[in-house]
Write a protein of this length. Structure first.
Length: 472
């Protein structure tokens, strides 16, 4: 029996023992009816495409303004001035959550080797940068995913992390049960094969990985066992960063464009004159600086552009403030930041409280996702890349926390911890753990104690040598 036949027999047995949607999915995969299998999964393309359109300034509504028709002349081209408000709001949201790397702490003192290997895995798979990419895409498109691709290179297992989203050419299809547990994940994409674009759709479950290819005669399915026992995908979903404010953003862009039209119209000097003055200006022999006026009713005046009314100014300011306030986005403009130059610590945090409120709201989503990713990484290490550390990895008790966005908070925290240690209020072990500057705190504590002991012995030898010299 081939490996493919064995896997499909296992799928058939699982189908008989499964219930509901999972059973239906397995049956469709067994029948190679991948299109129907995909239709069972969650499809959020409508919301995602809407968010992408709003995020891209080239596809904003203001770009659809029609030019003004003019009789026997070219149409007057109106201004279309989109802004990147959505991008700014999303980047500030990302800054407050992930400006600095996520902090990890191992509460089990007997698994330092596993914890060191865990941190090496994060570094090798670029965890922090892929985390930022996934968060940026989710804030812009409402969803993204990180795929942990497991493969072999020169006979050794390797892991590559791929961040995928709609804007990167992928369609994301999660499948949840009624308790919001992820029971399968599919993602579609196209590959160039012999000059043709061929559709692919991969499906992952905890037990199997199905790589599906849409060939000339239908779907071809290649099945393999999943070595980790978990779906090797982390799916991120959130509301778009500017949720609920698109109409105000559209209005702001419309006002800017209308103001630009007015400025263009009055860019060249325009005059208002009576007919006799116009006729005198038409005489080529008239000296340029002289305007001939034939009577008391003659007149000539420059047309001044309409002044920017206080009503327009008030609306502009209200739009600017409300867009930022309603999305919990601090104003980091140059003028606003000048007034914060002397603020630090708690005073700065209070001044930027909107950003911290949004940060805490986002933690409700990303805390769970990071915890799931931690469990997936440990499963990959235990079963694929580091099986020799499986027991230690299983003992680890990992906790994570989102670092403060401003580095001066960390400097002040370190200074305070150092002062507490020197004052005898906390132990060396507590100080090293609180500082969190090393992945192996126990090893660091032993090194510090060893260096202290060595320094004391050197000082004792020096003092004994000095006393002998004085006696001689």
């Amino acid at each position: 029996m081939s490996i493919i036949e064995y896997i499909f027999n296992a799928i058939r047995n699982k189908t008989l023992n499964s219930l509901g949607v999972e059973r239906d999915l397995m049956k469709l995969i067994e029948d190679k009816d991948i299109s129907r299998a995909e239709s069972m999964m969650q499809n959020r393309d409508t919301e995602v495409c809407e968010a992408i359109q709003e995020y891209n300034p080239e596809t904003h509504e203001v770009n659809k303004r029609r030019d003004k028709k003019r009789k026997d002349r070219e149409p007057y081209r109106v201004q279309k001035l989109p802004r990147t408000r959505q991008r700014y709001i999303n980047e500030i949201e990302l800054f407050f959550l992930l400006a600095n790397p996520i902090l990890w702490k191992n509460k089990d003192g007997m698994s330092d080797n596993a914890f060191t290997a865990f941190n090496d895995f994060l570094r090798d798979t670029r965890f922090n940068s892929t985390m930022r990419q996934a968060k940026r895409l989710a804030g812009a498109e409402t969803e993204s995913a990180k795929v942990y691709h497991i493969y072999k290179e020169d006979g050794a297992p390797r892991v590559k992390v791929l961040v995928i989203s709609k804007s990167k050419g992928y369609k994301l299809r999660p499948l949840f049960d009624q308790y919001e547990n992820l029971i399968a994940f599919g993602y579609g994409y196209y590959l160039k094969e012999g000059g043709n674009s061929i559709e692919h759709f991969d499906i992952q479950t905890p037990e199997y990985i199905f790589r599906c290819r849409h060939g000339a005669l239908g779907w071809e399915v290649e099945a393999s066992g999943n070595p980790t026992g978990k779906i090797n995908v982390i799916y991120y979903r959130q509301k778009k960063a500017w949720d609920g404010l698109q109409r105000r953003i559209d209005r702001e862009e419309y006002i800017d464009s209308k103001a630009a039209d007015t400025n263009n119209y009055f860019a060249d000097p325009k005059v208002k004159a009576t007919a006799d003055v116009v006729q005198s200006l038409a005489d080529p022999a008239t000296v340029g600086e002289v305007i001939q006026m034939t009577g008391s009713e003659s007149s000539i005046d420059y047309l001044a552009p309409p002044e920017y009314s206080s009503m327009k100014d008030s609306e502009k300011k209200d739009l600017h403030d409300s867009i930022l306030f309603d999305t919990f986005t601090p104003d980091f403009s140059y003028e606003n930041m000048k007034g914060m130059g002397t603020l630090s610590g708690e005073a700065l945090k209070r001044a930027l409280i909107l950003g911290y409120i949004k940060r805490d709201n986002l933690k409700e989503v990303y805390d769970e996702m990071v915890d799931r990713e931690k469990n997936l990484i440990i499963a990959i290490m235990s079963n694929v890349t580091h099986p020799e550390l499986s027991a230690e990895l299983g003992r680890m008790v990992l906790e994570h926390s989102f670092a403060e966005p401003f580095n001066d908070e960390k400097d002040k925290q370190w200074t305070a911890i150092t002062s507490l240690y020197r004052g005898g209020l906390i132990s060396l072990e507590t100080a090293v753990t609180m500082l969190a500057v090393t992945d192996a705190p126990q090893d660091e504590i032993e090194k510090i104690k060893s260096e202290k002991q060595e320094n004391m012995e050197n000082q004792m030898r020096m003092s004994q040598g000095n006393s002998r010299q004085s006696q001689e």
